[in-house]
Structures are given as structure tokens and as C-alpha cells.
Design a protein around this ligand. Structure first.
Ligand code: C2E
Ligand code: MG
Ligand code: MG
Ligand code: MG
Length: 277
């Protein structure tokens, strides 16, 4: 984890500090202040197709802390979820990304980009979740077809009819859905097939050792076959080497995200990356 943080130039708070109640209260207060003083920044990580074309980005949240530098989401998303602060934070991410979509829609070479936004179960569980998303789309004027929401298998703990109703109401406007970290949860395939998904995202845990671990390769292969048979798109996350990409392509996966194509970047650097290509 420390190594990954270094590569990303991001810091993780000391776990011992995270565990202390006093420190947690301080962190919660700091999160509230961060929201008010706009210390949260949305970074964009490229998503590419088999031809190397960047077709979209995943929005990843960073906290630009005055003293601690750039803080990784793993250091604050769990507490934000526990305290409910993920609700205003998540709304902020959605608003920023929709505003970004509107900007890109007017920039040559950027109009085709889609943005994938992570949605925590706490957000999705809100009774008016779909209405909130539609309101942000309407207020910003963003094209719903350019927005993809990433859910995790944890939502399957919720009422299936309720999940379907929320997803369907957003899908009827053009919003798409991806299932993030796929394979790490406890999805019942019988449940899964009832969800109106558009994409499965192979967890990076299966990608990192795909060349050396036959089990990981078998799981990736199974997910790719499952996606194909369900008519879903599939994307692999955490692709770091050309060899991993070649293996995934060979298995039938034609969409990739990972350091091989670019780290999560501030918007100006992400745009520069697209212009260079
Ligand atoms: P995730 O949605 O699965 O995002 C992918 C994570 O993998 C990101 O970590 C990304 O920087 C990292 N990654 C991408 N490519 C590579 C690679 O090639 N190698 C390695 N080692 N890592 C790679 P990050 O940005 O630290 O985010 C961690 C998690 O925090 C995300 O996992 C997501 O669950 C959560 N998160 C981030 N932003 C948001 C947000 O706006 N809302 C919510 N609810 N959760 C968020
Ligand atoms: Mg994600
Ligand atoms: Mg993921
Ligand atoms: Mg993950």
C-alpha cells in the first residue's frame, strides 16, 4: 500500500491514528472543512479500447490537504461512508464530473468521452438517489449517455426490486452502469442476471498476477465469458504492462484501465494526454 501511494504521490494516514476515536473525530471535522473549502479534487484516469483510443475516464477523488498533501481515498472514504459525509461528497463528485462533461462536449477531440463515477452503497440506498442524479444532469445540462455509474456487488444486499427500479429509471434517460471490482464480492449469478447492467469491471486483483497465476487467469476468462454471454461490455482495471494487455485481449477483453495508459490525473493533464495521442 505504501509503495502504491508513493507511485501516486499520495499519502495514507497512519492506521493507528485512524483507529483512535479522537483522531476519527478530528478526521471527520477535517472532512467537513475540506468539503466547505473545496479541498476535494476529481482526478481522471484514462480508459482505452484495444486500438489504444481513449474513450473515457474514471473519476477518482483526491483530497488536497494543506498539511498532508494529496490524500488517497482509502484514507477517508470509509469514514465518510460511516458518518454519512459520503452523501454530500458523492454529490460534489457527480456535479463536478457532469460540469466536466459539458465542458468536453464543446471541445474538439473531447466530445466522445464518457466519465465513470463511483457510487457508494450509502448513496445508492437513498430513496431519492435516481432523482438526485437526474437533477444534477438537468442542472448542468450534461448528456446522460456520457455518464456511467460504478456500483459494487455490495448493493446486492439491498432489495432487488428497489435496485432495479432505481437503475431502470436512470437507464431510461441513457445513464449506464458498470459493476466495479467484479469477482471480489459475493454475487449470486442468479441475482446478477436480473440487474440492468452495461459493463463488468474485472478487479485489478485478478489482473496483477494474470500472467503467473493460473487461477487468476481462469477467473478473468470466466468473467469475460460471462459478460459476453450476458451481452455486457467488459473492462479490466489495474493493467500495468503490455503483456497483461495482450493476455486480456487474447481472452477477449477489449477495454482497459491502468497505469500502462495513465495514472489518475488532474483535468488539465488528462486533456494534455489526449491531445498528445
Ligand atoms: P476503484 O473504483 O476500484 O478505483 C480503482 C483504483 O485503482 C484507484 O485507486 C486507481 O488509482 C487504482 N489504479 C488504477 N490503475 C491502477 C494500476 O494500474 N495499478 C494499481 N496498483 N492501481 C491502479 P484510488 O484512486 O486510490 O481509489 C481507491 C478506491 O476509492 C476506488 O476504487 C473507489 O472504491 C474509491 N473511490 C475513489 N473515488 C471515489 C468517489 O468519488 N466516490 C466513492 N464512493 N468512492 C471513490
Ligand atoms: Mg471504480
Ligand atoms: Mg475497481
Ligand atoms: Mg477497487
Amino acid at each position: 500500500q505504501a509503495k502504491a501511494a508513493g507511485r501516486n504521490n499520495m499519502r495514507f494516514f497512519d492506521p493507528a491514528m485512524q483507529a483512535s476515536i479522537v483522531a476519527r473525530a478530528a478526521l471527520e471535522q477535517a472532512l467537513r472543512e475540506a468539503l466547505e473549502s473545496r479541498q476535494f479534487k476529481v482526478f481522471y484516469q484514462p480508459q482505452v479500447d484495444a486500438g489504444g483510443r481513449i474513450h473515457g475516464a474514471e473519476a477518482l477523488l483526491r483530497w488536497e490537504h494543506g498539511k498532508h498533501g494529496m490524500v488517497a481515498p482509502a484514507s477517508f472514504i470509509p469514514l465518510a461512508e460511516e458518518t454519512g459525509l459520503i452523501l454530500p461528497i458523492g454529490l460534489y463528485v457527480l456535479e463536478s464530473t457532469c460540469q466536466q462533461l459539458v465542458k468536453w462536449s464543446g471541445q474538439p477531440g473531447m466530445e466522445h468521452l464518457t466519465i465513470a463515477v463511483n457510487v457508494s452503497i450509502r448513496q445508492f440506498r437513498q430513496e431519492d438517489f435516481a432523482r438526485q442524479v437526474l437533477a444534477v444532469l438537468a442542472e448542468t445540462g450534461a448528456n446522460p449517455a456520457r455518464l456511467k455509474l460504478e456500483l459494487t456487488e455490495s448493493i446486492l444486499a439491498l432489495d432487488l426490486q428497489d435496485i432495479k427500479a432505481k437503475m431502470t429509471s436512470l437507464k431510461s434517460r441513457g445513464v449506464r452502469f458498470s459493476l466495479d471490482d467484479f469477482g471480489t464480492g459475493y454475487s449470486s449469478l442468479a441475482y446478477l442476471k436480473q440487474l440492468p447492467l452495461d459493463q463488468l469491471k474485472i478487479d485489478q486483483g485478478f489482473v496483477s498476477d494474470i500472467l503467473v497465476d493460473a487461477n487468476d487467469e481462469a477467473i478473468a476468462k470466466m468473467i469475460i465469458a460471462l459478460a459476453a454471454s450476458m451481452g455486457l461490455e467488459v473492462i479490466a482495471e489495474g493493467v500495468e504492462t503490455v503483456m497483461q494487455e495482450q493476455k486480456l485481449l487474447h481472452l477477449g477483453c477489449r477495454n482497459y484501465q491502468g497505469y500502462l495508459y495513465g495514472k489518475p490525473l488532474p483535468v488539465d493533464q488528462f486533456e494534455a494526454l489526449i491531445r498528445r495521442r
